[in-house]
Design a binder for this molecule. Structure first.
Ligand code: G6P
Length: 612
């Protein structure tokens, strides 16, 4: 939610900021702005995409070797030019960009108004920059000291960068709850919400911790202290990311590229961790905490969105294979429910970005109650990766399309390995079955490639249903969460209303919606419930529903009754989601493209949800 970027050095800041904002646009894209310090501070901001800002500022002066930028996902105040960041203090001396929410902005605003401050925007951020100004002015403080004191009065989440017209050699940044990375170059510094704007300039980075303030200067100084004024030694680390990972690589959209990357990303999730020849699985994170994990009374999985769907699949995996009771929780509900958590519980957080505010807060709560925290995360160095006691990265590489695809299959791959490894250690599955599943898991990447070959057929089917206004997705067992994920993909990017349902539950409500206008996508690959799902398809057909069935290769029965069948290769039932989700991703993609939607940046959404 919102991306921020900043630069100080000897180069022109504007192109660096713009490129950085384009990389961060997945975090929000309703308005964008930059501020450049060059004698005075020049602010350009515009409703719309970074491209709109670029067009607007095309013929305007853009000099300055220090600057800050922002791409917004609105929380307080509608998306328009005025509410776009950066925001300036009343005396125009300070300018600031902010990602997060200042929860107590209202009492702060009232108090500042009493001191004579007037506000020109509806944002919480403008209150913060006025507060810093008030403290700086009143006590004649340096920028960093004024920022530090102001932040002791703020409730909420923030990553901020501030510039001061009277101090032309400095950027001051701080974070709490929202991410901030500092790139350390030769005589220059970069700051951004994640490493993607930094990677083409330097691989050396510092991940700022919560409640830390950083001051970087043109002379090459980097100082970090806490908001409580304790000096910290910044830990500089090397990024393991390549610039090609951030490009579309010939595809029309990042989402399509990411769908097609899945044979590789699933392999990457398994690399060095699974050996099919000698039949072993080894997860460093699990080994570190093996004793507590093996003794756990239950697993609680906390996640949001697509990651929550991975969690539902994990529930089937852990219960079915490892015989561990599992609860899967929407992190946002869990954290406010006064949940019962004990030190015997293992709380598993699943998150692509590693920054989702609700998931992070659920972990903090579980930590206070003494549970062991395990993270399944994609984004290296992210907040969730850092707060957990142990964990496993899925190694899918940067996921840029807002709708999650390769992160989902990476998470499911990782969770499958985790369940198998625990099951094997606990002896809840036989050696033979373990061997069978390990060998088959190693075959999944090539089977995903096979599914991707159905792209043209899926595109054709997309054309058949692209103008419908509703869709129903049905699945049973391991494929029920896949039905939810298929429906989510469709609504996220094509704006068609879609619902996922357990196939048998259809009779308790959704069946009333079925007529010839309703496409019903049925994932019908389960061997264990095959006859039952065939009956469910019959029920839909009897009501004239338009059935698209995802079936196992060679299926003859369903192709006789369904309007379309999409075949996927045969596999072990617990591994089916890794294959059955692929046609659903492609179907949503093609429908969205045919409807003229912006696939990578769907309206109102953002990829990294750092607000509650
Ligand atoms: C947003 C994204 C989804 C994602 C969800 C959870 O809603 O648009 O794609 O599944 O957040 O994000 P996380 O980074 O925690 O997996």
């Amino acid at each position: 939610m919102c991306g921020i970027v900043a630069y100080i050095g000897n180069k022109e800041a504007y192109p660096i900021l713009i490129k950085g904002l384009q990389r961060l646009e997945y975090r929000g894209y309703d308005s964008a702005g930059v501020a450049l310090l060059n004698g005075d501070i020049t602010v350009y901001k515009k409703q719309g995409k970074v491209q709109d800002l670029l067009d607007f500022s095309q013929d305007l002066p853009k000099e300055g070797t220090i600057g800050i930028g922002h791409t917004r996902w609105a929380t307080h105040g509608v998306p328009n030019d005025v509410n776009a960041h950066p925001h300036s203090s009343g005396n125009s001396r300070l300018t600031l960009v902010h990602n997060g929410i200042i929860e107590n902005y209202s009492p702060l605003k009232t108090a500042l108004e009493k001191e004579g401050h007037t506000f020109s925007t509806d944002t919480d951020t403008e209150v913060l920059v006025h507060l810093i100004e008030e403290i700086q002015d009143r006590h004649k403080l340096s920028l960093e000291e004024a920022v530090r004191i102001a932040l002791t009065r703020v409730v909420g989440a923030y990553a901020i960068v501030v510039i001061d017209r009277e101090d032309k050699n400095k950027l001051v940044a701080a974070r709490k709850g929202s991410p901030l990375v500092i790139g350390v170059g030769e005589g220059e510094f970069f700051m951004a919400s994640d490493a993607t704007p930094i990677i083409e300039h330097t691989k050396k980075v510092v991940y700022l911790n919560d409640e830390e303030i950083a001051v970087v200067t043109r002379d090459g100084d980097l100082e970090v202290k806490t908001i409580a004024n304790e000096v910290q030694s910044p830990f500089i680390q090397e990024l393991d990311m390549k610039i090609e990972m951030l490009e579309k690589g010939g595809y029309d959209y990042f989402m399509l590229k990411e769908i097609h990357e899945q044979p590789k990303t699933i392999s990457d999730a398994m690399r060095g961790r699974l050996n099919a020849t000698n039949c072993w699985i080894k997860l460093g994170g699990l080994d570190e905490m093996a004793e507590r994990i093996m003794a756990a009374q239950r697993f609680i999985i906390a996640a949001c969105g697509t990651s929550w769907h991975s969690g539902l699949i994990a529930e089937y995996l852990f219960e079915d294979l490892a015989r561990i009771p599992v609860e899967v929780e929407y992190a946002s509900e869990f954290r406010y429910r006064n949940p019962i958590i004990t030190p015997e519980d293992v709380v598993i957080a699943i998150s692509q970005s590693g920054e989702t505010a609700d998931t992070l807060a659920a972990l903090e709560l579980a930590k206070d109650k003494g549970a062991l925290l395990y993270g399944i995360v994609n984004s290296v160095g992210s907040s969730i990766a850092r707060i957990t006691d142990a964990g496993s990265y899925i190694h899918a590489g940067p996921e840029i399309g807002v709708a999650s695809t390769k992160a989902f299959t990476g998470q499911v791959t990782l969770l499958t390995m985790l369940a198998l490894s625990i099951a094997h250690k606990k002896g809840t599955i036989t050696d033979t079955y373990f061997r069978q599943l390990v060998i088959e898991l190693a075959n999944i990447p090539s089977k995903v490639s096979q599914v991707l070959e159905s792209d043209e057929q899926i595109k054709y089917i997309a054309g058949e249903i692209k103008d419908r206004t509703n869709a129903l997705y049905l699945g049973r067992g391991y494929n029920f969460p896949v039905a939810l994920e298929g429906a989510l993909k469709l609504k996220e990017i094509s704006y068609i209303h879609a619902e996922g349902y357990p196939a048998a539950e259809m009779k308790h409500g959704p069946i009333a919606l079925i007529d010839e206008e309703m496409p019903v996508i049925v994932i019908a690959t389960n061997k264990s419930a095959y006859e039952k799902i065939v009956s469910n398809i019959q029920e839909v057909k009897a009501r004239k529903g338009f059935v698209i069935a995802v079936v196992t290769e060679g299926d003859v029965e369903i192709s006789k009754i369904a309007d379309h069948t999409i075949e996927i290769p045969d596999t072990e039932e617990p591994l089916t989601p890794l294959l059955s989700v692929i046609p659903l991703q492609l179907l949503s993609y093609h429908i969205a493209v045919m409807r003229g939607c912006n696939v990578d940046q769907p309206r109102n959404l953002a990829k990294s949800v750092t607000v509650e």
